[in-house]
Design a protein around this ligand. Sequence first.
Ligand code: AMP
Ligand code: GLY
Length: 420
Amino acid sequence: MNILILGSGGREHALAWAVKQNPKCDRLIVAPGNAGIAAIAECADLNPEDSTAVVAFASDNAIDFVIIGPEAPLAAGVADDLRAAGFLTFGPSKEAARLEASKGFTKEICDIAGAPTAGYARFDDAEAAKDYIRTQGAPIVVKADGLAAGKGVIVAMDLDTALNAIDDMFGGSFGGAGAEVVIEEFMTGEEASYFVLCDGTSALPIGTAQDHKRVGDGDTGPNTGGMGAYSPAPVLTDDIAQKTMDQIVYPTIKAMADRGTPYQGVLYVGLMIENGQPRLVEYNVRFGDPECQVLMMRLGAQAFDLLLATAEGRLDQVKANWANDHAITVVMASNGYPNAYEKGTVIKGLDSLADDSFNMCFHAGTAEKDGQIIATGGRVLNVTARGDTLQEARDRAYAMVKNVDWPNGFYRTDIGWRAL
Ligand code: AMP
Ligand code: GLY
């Protein structure tokens, strides 16, 4: 098969790595890709959000299957346009992608599905939102309704922070994403993520993971896109996983199908777990980045068969074969991230890293220039390893990290601490 993956991050490198190992893959193109992806696939200079260009490219290159990595093309309806043009595509329609693109929509679906989640109210008027916050008190959570690149959520521990967040959001700091806000009850507990493939009617869980959102060791400093992850997440026990499927995932899939917008793709279920009960924090309509890296490391080539079965609507006929293993990924980021950081710095030592089914360095923001690998983004490398235990995987990953010669980069030294 000729396969096209849209995206350019560590998530897409991990997807490409898994797909490439599957004998069904004849030709693999990633658009736009990065320097690491270029070593295993063709990279095409294509904007994943430009539907017309993507459809034309798929036709010109006789693509048999398109896998959409990030949320932006999904929210823009690229999957709809590809399917309308006859291309088998992994990823939800624009309407179904509202599970990530609109926090208010997700709450409506939770209400219909009876899914446990934080209590909430929606506002399109700043004064009414502030009155509500004053009556509820802090801590309280203020969310811009739309996509805001992970920055649209303010967990306010005091009233002033919450009220200022309202001013920021209605003041246009979040563009169109902040024209409506969702104000939520503050939930306590431990967070974990559950990844479930859905083909519109059936669902297949493909793993649990825990991200590390804060930039610094000990979960300190500002939020980032994710500084590391591991799988499985022990807090998401079999019992919690079953409750998540029964109380949250299946009712959501049914609610989406009932309203004529069936959900096809991977559902990233962000959970808060307390006293043996999961509650939904958020849905994302794509794989997590860097959570995808650890899931792909554990699934390997079969991941492709599962994505294909999802797009072909035959998830009820397949199953995921799990080794009793663990995977971890350590993100290496440019100094300064998540604030301003230097671009174009040179990374050395990558050739010396192990590269096999236990050790992989997935690239995120990298490019090749004059024969050297340079950092072009905030999150740059995802050093990923697998082992019989989390400790073994972690030792392997940090051994690789030490061999990366990049004075302009940094990483967290405590990925996996909750589970160890
Ligand atoms: P979201 O983009 O909805 O996942 O929110 C980003 C992060 O904010 C989550 O991963 C949580 O750490 C935190 N968060 C979101 N909603 C709540 C809530 N209702 N209570 C406590 N923390 C929350
Ligand atoms: N790592 C968090 C996310 O992908 O949303």
